[in-house]
Structure formats: structure tokens, C-alpha cells
Write a protein that binds this ligand. Sequence first.
Ligand code: PXL
Length: 296
Amino acid sequence: MTYVRIGFCPILPTLTPHAKVFPMSIAPMPAVLVFAGTDPTGGAGLQADILTLASMGCHPLSVVTAVTVQDTVGVDDFMPMDADWIADQARSVLEDMPVAAIKIGMIGSVEAVAAIAEIVSDYPDIPLVLDPVLTSGRGDPLANEELLDALRDLLLPQASILTPNSLEARRLAENPDEENDDPELSECARRLIDMGCEYILITGAHEQGAQVSNTLYNTRGVVHRLNWDRLPGSYHGSGCTLASAIAALLALGQDVSEAVKEAQEYTYQTLKNAYRPGMGQFIPDRLYWVRGDDED
Ligand code: PXL
């Protein structure tokens, strides 16, 4: 039997805060903490993360880092959340309950990167999935060069796994001192691993070819590469879905290599079952299995 920790007990008012008094069953789902921007379409960002985590059997804890104005075509504007507010949101839940994994998506400001970096450094044993959100699907900028530098310096070295697409990997790995620096993706991976992240998954949807290749690297090189038949649509929130699914599987106890494979299986199904609620991109159906109409 375990006991719930309470801050204030009306029946036993003389107890000190946090006394263990009420019996309760063990929480059935691991909690995953997400730092992300909101997306009112429900396609990407925090809403995508919450749906994915819930679908995979985790309890989503959500810290708002920015508020975006967007539709399924593109992002028109965003307002970064004050860094102190981000920190307060996160500290409240981290001090209240055990967290089994952390996922970071869109951040919004350099100050927020610094605040989040400080928080995650206090929890070095919690697996950290860093999804470096630099642009929207249409290419609207969601991070400037200064923010990129802060990501490289403060967050990347703390990541258990970094999940850029190939465009983000090239931008993060680019060497400003070298003219016409255009490294292969394997070289990008090597540079990013050298910056301190443990694993990097580079997704290949933006590359040419009938198949999409997603490659997982660590310090020893390629861990595995999975190839997927290219689906015809353009999808909003596929990267958020994949990164959140990885975080969920890590929280559920899988190792990184297994989690990355299974998260790709799951994401592929969400894309095969995607729907188009507006006039722009398709949205992955994170709850496809509830409807029971998945093709496989
Ligand atoms: O898909 C990347 C992404 C993440 N988070 C937010 C977004 C987007 C893309 O538009 O808006 C909030």
C-alpha cells in the first residue's frame, strides 16, 4: 500500500504539510512532462504531445512555453511565455509527483531555453527527449540564430535523445566558420553527438526518394536505420508525435533503441490514418486505434 502526500489535511489540521496520511493505489500511468508551444489546430505542439502521450498510456504534464496563432496551413504569429512562468509551471508539477520522462518541443525565447536547461539539470536521471522545433511545416521561423546557439550550448548536452528532421540537423550542425559547409547527415550526427547528446534520430521525410529513412546514431555511429514507404500527404505534427511517442516509451521502461523503433511504428500508423480537418495539412490520428479502422 502507498500513501498520498498532502499539503493540507482538513481532518488532521495539526499535521505538518506533506504528511503521509491517505492510502491510495499506485498511479497506473507514468507521467511525462512536456515543454511546448500551443497549437490551436490540435495538429502539432502541446496538443499533439498530450494526445500522443495519452494514447500511449502515459499521463501528460504540460508546460506552455509559447502561444501560437496558426491554422493547418501555417503559423502567423507566436508569443513566448515569460521564462519565470515556464519555470514555475514546471517546478510545481516536478515537486508534486514523480516524472518518468521529459520532452521539449518549441521553446520560443533564449530566456526560456536557459530556464528549462536549469530545471532539467536538476533531474539528470529523467530521460530527456529534445525535439528542436525551428520552423513550422510551411517554413515559418519558430527559432532565431540566438535561440539555436542557446539550444546547442545549454540543452543539447543534456539530451538523452535529439530528434531533428534532416533540415534541423543540418542547421544545428552547421559550422559558421566554414564557407559552403554542407555536411552529410552522418557527419551532422557526429557533430551533434560531439556536442553532448547521447543519441540522435535524424528523420528523412524532407530528403528525396520513394522511401523515408530514419537513422538513429550514438557515439559509436549508426545504431539502426528504418525505411518507410513515403506516404502521399503533407502532415502537421508528425515530428511532435514521434518525439512524444519516444518519450512515452522511455517512460514505460523501454531502452532508447527499442523506443525509437516502436515510436516509428506508431507514428507511421497515425500518418496512414491522418485526416484533413481544414484547408491545409493532414493531421496524424494519434487515436487511430480507438476507431478500429487502421489498415494494418
Ligand atoms: O511541428 C512543429 C511544431 C511544434 N510546436 C508548435 C508548432 C509546430 C509547427 O508548426 O506550431 C507549437
